[in-house]
Ligand binder design. Structure first.
Ligand code: ZN
Ligand code: ZN
Length: 132
């Protein structure tokens, strides 16, 4: 749908809410040198996803309604597979962040967080925020 057709709908008396819903979608992904990135509403970090090269994710090519496959698992600190008991981590320190595991699946501009994510959105599906 284009802006023009949305305005036409409004002129025809279609209610405002419906007209707004078909306005052009805003980009939710940012292009990077080898792929795309997004600000993650779950862990708050930026996830960069390569869509070219040997370890590329498959991407439907849409910035506005992206689908990325397979799922994306990001771990930090004591959630990382290389972490061993006794190693230092960020939890309980004054860094303003702590270790996390973020396991997401981006489909049609929405992101589902698998239940094994360590943040508050685990098990939920939310809209990806607009790219900054
Ligand atoms: Zn995340
Ligand atoms: Zn930790």
């Amino acid at each position: 749908m284009t802006l023009t057709s949305a305005l036409t709908m409004r002129e025809r008396g279609v209610d405002e809410t419906a007209a707004r819903r078909i306005l052009p979608l805003m980009p939710k992904l940012t292009r990077t040198t080898d792929g795309v990135s997004f600000r993650c509403p779950g862990c708050g970090d930026v996830h960069a996803v390569p869509t070219t090269g040997p370890s590329a994710w498959s991407w439907n090519g849409s910035l506005e309604s992206p689908t990325l496959q397979p799922s994306l698992a990001v771990t930090s600190g004591h959630h990382a597979s290389s972490w061993q008991l006794g190693d230092a981590c960020w939890c309980g320190k004054d860094y303003g962040f702590s270790c996390y595991r973020c396991h997401s699946i981006v489909t049609d501009g929405r992101v589902h967080f698998c239940a094994d994510s360590s943040h508050a959105l685990a098990g939920q599906t939310v809209d990806l925020p607009e790219a900054e």
